[in-house]
Structure formats: C-alpha cells, structure tokens
Design a protein around this ligand. Sequence first.
Ligand SMILES: Cc1cc2nc3c(=O)[nH]c(=O)nc-3n(C[C@H](O)[C@H](O)[C@H](O)COP(=O)(O)OP(=O)(O)OC[C@H]3O[C@@H](n4cnc5c(N)ncnc54)[C@H](O)[C@@H]3O)c2cc1C
Length: 448
Amino acid sequence: MNTRFSSDRRRFLLTAGAVAAAVALPPPLRAQGAGPDVAVIGAGGAGITAAKQLAAAGYRVVVLEARDRIGGRAFTDGSSVGVPWDRGCSWLHSSEVNPWVGYARANGFELVADTYPRRVFDGERPLGQAELTGLHALRERMNAELEAAGRRGLDIPAEEALTLATRQDEWYALAASGLTAWEGIEPSNFSALDSFHYAGRGDDLLIPKGYGNLLAHYARGVEVRLKTPVSRLRWSAGGVSLDTPGGTLSARVAVVAVPSATIAEGALVFSPWLPVDVLEAHHHLPLGLMNKVALRFKRNVFPGEASEVLRQRRAGWRGMSYITRLWGGNVAVGMSAGAFARELEAAGEQAAIDHALGELAGMLGGDVRRHFDRGAATAWASDPFSRGAYSHCLPGRFGARERLTHPVGDRIVFAGEHTEQSAYGTLHGAHLSGLRAARQAAGLLRRA
Ligand SMILES: Cc1cc2nc3c(=O)[nH]c(=O)nc-3n(C[C@H](O)[C@H](O)[C@H](O)COP(=O)(O)OP(=O)(O)OC[C@H]3O[C@@H](n4cnc5c(N)ncnc54)[C@H](O)[C@@H]3O)c2cc1C
C-alpha cells in the first residue's frame, strides 16, 4: 500500500499519464475595468499554482488568504524542535508523475528516497522474520482484494472489499492502519473505487528542507493578501464579489481553492447558493485526519545513527508510526491517523506528546523519557481553515471529485487536492488542480 507510513506501493493504480509542470495559457484579450481579472481564495498549493500561472500569462490576479501565512496544509515548522519538520505534507508521493520532483531538482532542493527500514515491535520485542512475513503477505492480499473491487467498479466501503479471512487475520489491525493513514479514516468509511483511481507511480521521496518550504519557494512573487478570510462569495452574470473583514473585492472570475470541509461546513457561503449537486460533492469529500507529534531529545535515544520507521503493535487502532533521527538530529516525528488521531487531538497537545513518549519508551526503553527535551503536536481538525488533513470519498459517492472540475455559472472555478481524482490528498494533486483551474479561468475570461 502506498501509505504515508510505508514505502510500499500501490503499483496497480496506474491511471495517470505524464504531467506537465506548467501550462501555456492564452493571454488576456483586453483590460476590463480596474479590478482584478481573477480573485483566488486560498494560498495553499492549489491557489498559489493557479495564481502564479494566471499572473505569468498576464492576467490581473489577487489571492486572498485567511491565515497569516501561505502554504495551507503544506507548512514547514523551522522553530519548535530545532530541525525543520513538516506539520502537513512531507512525502513527495508518486515521484514518477509528481511535478514537484522536477521543480525541487531544478531549484537546488535535495530529495531523499524513503528507503528507511521499518521495524514493528510487540511491546519491547521487535517482530521476528516469520511474523513480518505474515504481515507482509496480508498487506499483499489486501492490495489484491482492493484492486479486484476497483476493477469491478465497486463503489463500496474499502473494508467490504476485503474478505472475511483478511479481516479476521491476526495482523489485520496493523496492516489496515496503513490504509487509515493514507485516507485519514478507517477502511469502513472510504470508497474502494475512489482509492482505486489514485495513481500511485514511483517511489516516495522526502525533502530535508521541507515540502512546505518548497511550496514557499514556488510562491515567491505571487501577491497574497494575508489575514483576509472570505466569508461570502456573491456571483452573477456580471462577475464575483467577495466579502472579507476589510471590505468587498470584485473580480471577473473566482478560483475557489479552499478545503472541501470549509465549504461543506458553511465557513464560506455562496450567494446565490451553489447548485445542489456541487454543494453535495463537497459533503461527499470530507477531510480525514492525520496529526503529527515532533519530539526532541537531549541525546540520541534511538537504536542507531540512521533513521528508521518504528511502530508498535497495539490493540485496535491506537498506534502511531515514528520516523527517528529526523535529518540526523535527535528528533522523532510520530504520526496518528483516523479516529485515534481525533481522540488525541481532542485530548490536547500535551496528551499527544505524552502518548508518543510512552509508546517510544515502550519500544526503546526508559532512556526515552529521561532525555526528552521538548515536543510539539499538530491539530489539523480544529484548525478552522483546514478542518482536517486530506479528503476521502464517501462510499457510494464516486464522481464527486470530477463534479468539482466543472465551473459554476461561468464565474466560479474550484481547485484543491479534493478535486484531483488521480492525486487526491496530496500536494502534487493540489498543484495539478491549480493548473487545471488556471486553464479554466483563462477560458472563462476570454468568453466573458
Ligand atoms: C498531517 C498531514 C500530512 C500530509 N502528508 C502528505 C504527504 O506526505 N504528501 C502529500 O503530498 N500530501 C500530504 N498531505 C496533504 C497535503 O498537505 C494537501 O493535500 C495539500 O497541501 C492541500 O493543498 P490545497 O491547496 O488543496 O489546500 P490547502 O493547503 O488547505 O490550502 C487552502 C488555503 O485556503 C485557506 N482558506 C481556507 N478558508 C479560507 C477562506 N474562507 N478565505 C480565505 N482563505 C481560506 C487556508 O488557510 C489555506 O491556506 C498531508 C496533509 C496533512 C495535514
């Protein structure tokens, strides 16, 4: 499984062709009025991409961003634990079709293949070879069963695509945690067909300077108005106008590049209302959850000098995965997902740090606690401008992503990871959606 926890691949999910890093947009036909041609809502990977492409083609673009920073769910934290760590995205997934790979290489960002060894513990005991073979075999079986369901077009919960024997396997909870990490929610809650249409192609890469910093590099020169949340988008045949605390901005076309949940939950409303199927599509693509905990130690408490990925076998779904020795430092980053991540987030940052420390101590022994220095944890679900980590498609709702690739009223274009079927839930998906949205916005402007 191509998960955010493991370097296994969903090699059967080969639906994407080669992708372009940039698009050639038609230039603006003529200047109309004093306002911008395009107002982009949201300065994450999708909004930044759309704005950059449109501005490069000569369109007048303004980006309105609610937070006091750009990047959205792509954000490298350079201060809390002394080494850069990504609070949101960190893996360049599907490296053979991921446009950020070429961008990073062309701009001096080192990329590192995630070939870290994986170790699983039962208490303090690392699993033996026979046990690992059993776990691996189960994962392969799960992949094959999910693929078979996808090929048959079954828009059912992923869990129902698995045989009873698979679900009753002694390693099921551990193996399924990879699926939960990928989708941010347990396999009973996401569509097997949607997951089948993700294009996994190529190894996962990591970026020592940070994936968030890569996006920030790309965003240089894009004009963004920070601390400008848009509460209402009014649209008509004549254009769009956007309500913000600082006043109303008018433009000819809007690119809406905010997380699906912010629209589904009414933080950004539309006047008149969006067509029912468009609003429904946002509801059918809710955001699952992944959270991270970064722990800094005063000395190396890990088994070796090199990084590895550790996981403890836990009852139910309550385990986290840890990358140790992040970029050679005495830092580990742990990841929780799904319902357990929600539970931890609700308990607060200190509870998440305590849980991670306890789990690491359970695997590696008491030194872990003695040499602990400081920690930090993310809380993506309660962040009002994301409301989760990344989108999944509800069972029975396949097609919602595609619905959001169609402009509304010749005035509104949607972008964001949730709209990109072959790369949903990723930063390269956000980028691809931004390229598509820029093309569509330019097309609408030439018609308007
Ligand atoms: C913990 C975690 C781990 C992840 N791991 C990976 C990974 O390893 N690899 C990978 O490729 N992807 C990963 N992802 C997913 C990836 O980060 C996202 O898919 C991607 O960054 C989404 O980009 P976006 O532009 O669609 O949305 P966002 O980045 O969320 O951008 C939307 C922007 O809109 C702004 N906004 C929201 N509401 C308003 C409003 N009303 N007015 C104005 N602005 C508003 C937000 O502040 C935000 O800046 C991870 C995400 C998380 C949270």
